[in-house]
Write a protein that binds this ligand. Structure first.
Ligand code: ADP
Ligand code: MG
Length: 615
């Protein structure tokens, strides 16, 4: 029997392989621009005719090639970027497969000029269908220029498959912008049929984003910044009110390489939850820097999908840092309720220079301490003052009204004597008094428009949650070693969930090992104490094993579980200081209106509502 297997002729093999890398003119633009970046060019000019169907020209001022390299660069797997297998895992260059030039040369007419700084003349190579047809000396500046003509001249199926010039040019422009965004320090120009589409002078990222998106975008950008051991995150999100109905402006870059990720996009959408109108999408330019050994860019030939070793962790960081950034600009969902329900305090925070991204709320700022100094009550005028107080505008906001407050306490005392637990701030222990009233789980406090009622336990939970989430992003949560390690039997499902989330759990402060269906827990987050350790652990196990939660949202869910358990501890609100500290810390949280489980922390009693009761 004769053999059936034959080797494909080279030129056919090349064309097939080329189809993987070069799908349309935009792919050529991307590959040539990336090669120019890899060659350390500081200026890159892209010149397109007829959406790349007649000409794609890319000129750079990079390092150029030697005359020898000038022709082998077109050979398949010719690359100067990977020498040994190990290099593959620590790549900092865009290309590394040595496929792009070989692919382009297989399906187009290519002319290349290249010169290194040290050479006096350049080399001009012409190649068609993978065959070098001429090579000669020329005179051109240092750097490399490529002219690609008659793309797909020998692959009619591809050529016929191309879309209208308008569509193909849009693809080219997209690729151009992605590379340009990733390299704001490089000068780029894009011409189409001699018309200048982009002229991007070097600068910082913000300038590059604004140059591409238009001047108006400058005020719309919210800076994103976060650094942890695993990932450094920078970039911008667009304020939600400027979001769009298309997904167009969603950019992720890792180590300055554009990529797409439905998973990470989900994290951002989640951070924007409640802020966007139906069917609107958030816009963002997010740059991740991670150890090159911890990503795999090799999963897809066109390299827009990338595998991350720590994707769950990065998901959580994205979610929380974008939520935080949105919160800093006071556009988090929780603050987006009727403005009246947020009080004078957050309003002050809200107006703090929105152009300066790194604003931190002053931790020692207590909006309540400077006003409402109470003076001892004068028995006889109680009721008078009370009604006066309620009618007065800006109640609780200036010292003149403080007397009314003191009197209000007294009245409260009187009317509540029949109730079992009228927990008032004992006036004797703080002679200046306090403007807050504690009753059961609630704290009553003055606000600009009336009163606010704060659910103390929920406030406490939110405070713990916030501080844990914030520190978790950059450091492992502080854990305490248990005097007596805790043993707990786990189901099969729970065991594998524990193992699967081990590193996340460690970051959260849980240190333990699972053997033969039993968890041996040696350390727990310090915020958990005595009686709350067990319930914290149970919550966490339930969250990782049983709950239908988003893969990447698990960290949030866990921090939520821990904070819920930690907040079960008895809350001591016996002193003025304790109450004021609780309120102060609550208002330092980005989100002080709702708990992580979306339960209301604060409600208001507006003056008009109160007044209505007395008509
Ligand atoms: P890769 O980028 O994956 O290495 P390419 O086929 O894109 O493969 O390029 C092959 C080689 O040609 C590169 O490794 C580089 O050495 C050289 N090269 C390509 N473009 C340029 C350029 N603009 N300037 C200098 N060298 C280049
Ligand atoms: Mg390349």
């Amino acid at each position: 029997m004769s053999n059936l297997i034959q080797l494909l002729p080279d030129h056919i093999a090349n064309q097939i392989a080329a189809g993987e890398v070069i799908q349309r003119p935009a792919s050529v633009v991307k590959e040539l621009m990336e090669n120019a970046i890899d060659a350390q060019a500081t200026k890159i000019e892209v010149n397109i005719k007829d959406a790349g169907k007649s000409l794609i020209q890319v000129v750079d001022n990079g390092c150029g090639m030697s005359p020898e390299d000038a022709d082998i660069c077109f050979a398949r797997h010719a690359t100067s970027k990977v020498r040994k297998a190990d290099d593959l895992f620590a790549l900092s260059t865009k290309g590394f497969r040595g496929e792009a030039l070989a692919s382009i040369a297989a399906i187009a007419h290519v002319q290349m000029n290249t010169k290194r700084e040290i050479d006096s003349t350049s080399v001009c190579v012409e190649i068609e269908g993978s065959k070098i047809i001429s090579k000669e000396e020329a005179v051109t500046p240092t750097g490399t220029s490529f002219q690609v003509k008659n793309l797909f001249y020998n692959v009619p199926a591809r050529r016929n498959f191309l879309k209208s010039d308008q569509v193909e040019f849009r693809h080219i422009n997209d690729e151009f912008e992605r590379v340009a965004l990733a390299h704001p320090e490089v000068h780029f120009t894009l011409l189409h049929n001699d018309k200048e589409i982009h002229c991007l002078t070097p600068g910082v990222l913000r300038k590059r984003v604004v140059d591409i998106m238009g001047k108006k975008s400058n005020d719309r950008l919210i800076p994103i910044e976060e650094t942890s051991d695993i990932v450094k995150l920078t970039g911008y999100a667009l304020k939600p009110e400027f979001s769009r109905k298309t997904r167009g402006e969603q950019y992720f870059f890792v180590n300055n390489r554009f990529f797409k990720s439905g998973f990470f996009n989900h994290a951002i959408s989640k951070a924007f939850e409640g802020l966007l109108k139906d069917r609107y999408f958030p816009s963002y330019f997010i740059f991740l820097e991670v150890d090159a050994g911890k990503i795999d860019v090799n999963v897809h030939p066109t390299k827009t999908e990338i595998k991350f070793e720590e994707e769950k962790y990065i998901y959580s960081i994205l979610l929380s840092s974008i939520r935080q950034a949105l919160g800093k600009y006071n556009i988090a969902p929780t603050l987006d309720f009727e403005r009246e329900t947020s009080f004078d305090i957050p309003a002050t925070v809200r107006t703090q220079t929105p152009v300066e991204p790194q604003i931190q709320v002053n931790p020692t700022y207590n909006p309540f301490t400077s006003t409402n100094k109470l003076t001892p009550s004068e028995g006889g005028r109680k009721s008078d003052n009370f009604s006066k107080a309620i009618k007065s505008e800006g109640f609780g906001n200036d010292t003149a009204k403080s007397e009314d407050w003191a009197n209000f306490y007294s009245i409260e005392e009187e009317v509540s004597t029949t109730e079992s637990e009228p927990k008032l701030i004992p006036q004797e222990s703080n002679p200046t008094g306090s403007q807050f009233i504690v009753k059961g789980n609630y704290i009553l406090a003055p606000s600009k428009s009336g009163f606010m009622v704060i659910h103390a336990k929920r406030a406490h939970e939110q405070i713990i949650y916030s501080s844990m989430i914030n520190s978790f992003i950059s450091n492992p949560i502080e854990s305490q070693i248990l005097l007596f390690p805790l043993e707990k039997e786990l189901s099969k499902n729970e065991c594998s969930a524990w193992k699967e989330n081990q590193s996340m759990l460690q970051q959260l402060g849980f240190k333990g090992t699972v053997t033969k269906g039993e968890l041996h827990l040696e350390a727990v987050p310090s915020v958990l104490q005595d009686e709350t350790i067990q319930s914290g652990l149970n919550h966490v196990i339930e969250a990782i094993a049983h709950r239908d939660i988003d893969k990447g949202d698990i960290a949030h869910e866990l921090v939520h579980s821990i904070s819920r358990s930690a907040s079960l501890r008895r809350l001591n609100l016996d002193t003025k200081e304790a109450i004021e500290s609780l309120i102060e810390r609550l208002f330092q949280c980005e989100n002080h209106m709702f708990t992580p489980g979306n339960k209301k922390i604060i409600d208001t009693l507006n003056m008009d509502v109160i007044e209505q009761k007395f008509t």
